[in-house]
Write a protein that binds this ligand. Structure first.
Ligand SMILES: Nc1ncnc2c1ncn2[C@@H]1O[C@H](COP(=O)(O)OP(=O)(O)OP(=O)(O)O)[C@@H](O)[C@H]1O
Ligand SMILES: [Mg+2]
Ligand SMILES: [Zn+2]
Length: 678
């Protein structure tokens, strides 16, 4: 039997385990669906006729055509009427036995059928492609059909009319020529497949007919196709010996419609379930996050919630609420922010690290490019590539304002929209953002207000669920322990404290937990409600952010993530409390007094200042007044000493309190280094 008969035999005789004639059914449904293509799972063919399968992979040019003829022949059996309407059935092959790495694709693969994984980073607009051109001789009017296969239009060499036989000129008769839809896309190595420090490789893939416009930039895809070469022509120097390759696409399988699940073995699953019952599961996970970085328990807890994520919700009126949290770290230089960001982008399923310095709006979201050959191309940026993952943006304060604004949409709506040059598109960017910035002057300045220190617009600040301020203050005990930690790290080449959960297992644990969709219990709901109402009355001291409904949504996300982290289907009151506690710490750092004890601090409402701070300001002021009586004014160092000795107010804090009193005009400095009450 020839290949045609063998393939038709496969189509006609293949049965699933349930005894269904899978391909006979698919073929008979072609007319109903109005399609001219047939999808074949390659594994099915391998079980019936592995040598034919092998031939198709090795010599697709000969064999795919034969399989298409076989499919048409089988269509004639199943549905002769529809078969007479079609002159060709397109065969689409899904899932070859082996995958080819984009990284190693080259000469060995030319004209072979391959399967390759990647992420779609660019897509051109759809254009009509000429497949059969009809020409008319300008002298005698004869029409001449010419099949088109090359990148440039092939003209007839001579007029076939015996009495004419001229070599031109010929005009294309568009209405008699045949066009198909055509699109060019670029497929790039997925960030997670990329060896560290390497630039991602890519290949252009050509799509035609039914394959056009089904995948969008940012989609993770698996392509079947034949590797082709394209010759680099140069008029003067002739044909270049170096050829470019592209993929003539046979099938495009879109993955990542649902979150990706890492392969988990039964033993691992057993371990995961066991571990989740540990009452200290959260603490252990926090300790497993970047163990080489000392301290930052609150930030790491925030990162824990970021990694597990809340549950996205689609409301009946089609409004969606994001489940992903966003975290911002504002800190002095050298406080391991970049290290944390790098770590998270490695541990997160689908993590990506970018630096704001040098990132443009288009690079982060999406760009519309004009192609050299004409037409437009849509290119996905970092936030789209990190769809359903975490995007770390370092040095976000160094971005140009107009570039930073582009992130707004992604942070709340979780999409990226572009409208330019005839391309109007909305791409998914369901990404958690972990960003880092320095304070306005490079270092945190206690003499300045919070707004002056955090030099980012409110519009972006309010989109972060949690903001942490890292001040690099000298503190003897902490410094000593940190120094020990770092020295150990360098001597042993490993963190002195071992992670309770090693990184590969943590990754598995996270993706396992992400399947869970926890629901809020009534108690948790009530707890949030109370806190929110209380917060709305809290006053801020120069805080750049305000308490809005956004914080309420943030709390729900954080608590959901916490429930997920212990594989619980319910958000219980402990989750709510932990979320509130962390949110409170974050708010206090950016200058919102949450009234520590959980009760509403009446003083805040009356004076706009929290009780504790007001008390301390009072202490500083009365100390100045007392000391002044003897000396007329107070020397700075003396003041610090008294405050430290008698009131246990540390120098750093005293410095800030004095700064505030000076700004308020309650005290002033008659000479440098001296203070006096006004
Ligand atoms: N808490 C810490 N634990 C361990 N290492 C630390 C800690 N803080 C700082 N380091 C070390 O200090 C170095 C500087 O860290 P990193 O480059 O991440 O700082 P950064 O906060 O990004 O600074 P910048 O704002 O200047 O970008 C790193 O080698 C880091 O390991
Ligand atoms: Mg840095
Ligand atoms: Zn002619």
């Amino acid at each position: 039997m020839g290949p045609l008969e063998r393939f038709q035999n496969f189509l006609g005789s293949f049965q699933t385990e349930e005894g269904e004639y899978k391909y006979r059914q698919r073929i008979s449904q072609m007319a109903v669906r109005g399609v001219n293509h047939l999808l074949v799972d390659f594994a099915d063919l391998v079980t019936i006729d592995s040598s034919l399968a092998e031939e198709i992979i090795e010599r697709p040019d000969v064999y795919i055509r034969q399989t298409e003829d076989a499919a048409l022949a089988q269509l004639q059996v199943e549905d002769p009427e529809y078969a007479s309407e079609l002159d060709r059935v397109r065969l689409r092959f899904r899932g070859l036995p082996e995958k080819t790495q984009l990284r190693i694709m080259g000469a060995d693969h030319i004209n072979k059928l391959i399967l390759v994984d990647g992420i779609l980073v660019r897509a051109s607009s759809v254009q009509p492609l000429l497949t059969e051109a009809v020409f008319r001789c300008r002298r005698c009017g004869t029409t001449i059909p010419v099949e088109q296969k090359t990148p440039l239009v092939q003209f007839p060499s001579t007029c076939p009319e015996p009495t004419c036989r001229r070599t031109g000129p010929f005009d294309i008769v568009e209405e008699e020529s045949t066009f198909i839809n055509y699109q060019k896309v670029r497929v790039q190595e997925r960030p997670e497949d990329l060896p560290p420090g390497q630039l991602p490789r890519w290949i252009d893939a050509h799509l035609v007919e039914d394959l056009v416009d089904i995948a969008r930039p940012g989609d993770r895809v698996t392509l079947t196709g034949v590797v082709r070469t394209i010759r680099g022509f140069s008029m003067r120097r002739g044909l270049s010996r170096a050829f470019d390759i592209f993929l003539e696409t046979n099938f495009i399988d879109i993955l990542g419609k649902e979150p990706e699940f890492v392969q988990i073995s039964p033993e691992e699953e057993k371990w995961i379930r066991e571990f989740s019952k540990d009452p200290r599961v959260h603490e252990k996970i926090v300790r497993s996050i970047a163990p080489s970085i000392y301290g930052y328990t609150d930030i790491k807890e925030g990162i824990l919630y970021l990694l597990f994520g809340g549950v996205p919700k689609l409301l009946p009126d089609n409004i969606s609420i994001r489940g992903d949290s966003n975290i911002l770290l504002i800190g002095d230089p050298g406080t391991a922010k970049s290290q944390l960001l790098q770590y998270v982008s490695k541990i997160a399923p689908r993590g990506l690290y970018t630096s704001g310095r040098g990132s443009t709006a288009a690079g982060l979201t999406a760009a519309v490019l004009r192609e050299r050959e004409g037409g437009m191309t849509l290119e996905a940026g970092a936030l789209v590539l990190a769809d359903r993952g975490i995007c770390s943006i370092d040095e976000i304060d160094k971005m140009r304002t107009e570039d930073r604004v582009a992130i707004h949409e992604a942070m709340e709506q979780q999409t990226v929209s572009v409208a330019k040059g005839g391309i109007v598109a909305t791409l998914n960017a369901r990404t958690s953002i972990l960003a880092a910035a320095n304070p306005a002057l490079g270092r945190y300045d206690p003499y300045r207000t919070m707004i002056e220190n955090i030099n980012l617009p409110t519009t972006i600040l309010s989109r972060f669920d949690l903001i942490f301020l890292i001040k690099d203050l000298p503190e003897k005990e902490v410094d000593q322990r940190m120094a020990e930690h770092i020295l150990q790290l360098h001597r042993m080449g490993a963190a002195p404290v071992e992670a309770p959960v090693p990184p590969p297992m943590l990754k598995k644990y996270i993706s396992y937990a992400k399947q869970i969709r926890p629901l809020l219990t009534d108690e948790a709901m009530k707890r949030f409600e109370d806190f929110y109402v209380q917060m709305r009355t809290a006053k801020s001291r120069d805080s750049p952010i305000a308490i809005t409904a956004r914080q309420l949504e943030s709390l729900i996300r954080l608590a959901e993530a916490r429930a997920r982290a212990s594989l619980r289907k319910e958000v219980i009151i402990e989750d709510a409390q932990a979320a509130i506690l962390l949110m409170r710490k974050s708010l206090e750092q950016v200058g919102i007094d949450t009234g520590g004890t959980g009760e509403i601090d009446i003083d805040i409402i009356k004076t706009g200042k929290p009780k504790s701070l007001r008390d301390k300001l009072q202490i500083v002021l009365s100390t100045i007044v007392e000391t002044e009586k003897d000396t007329g004014m107070v020397e700075e160092s003396v003041l610090y000493e008294i405050l430290q000795r008698e009131f246990d107010i540390r120098r750093e804090e005293a410095f800030r309190l004095i700064g505030q009193l000076t700004r308020e005009g309650t005290i002033y400095s008659p000479r440098p280094g001296f203070f006096k009450k006004t």
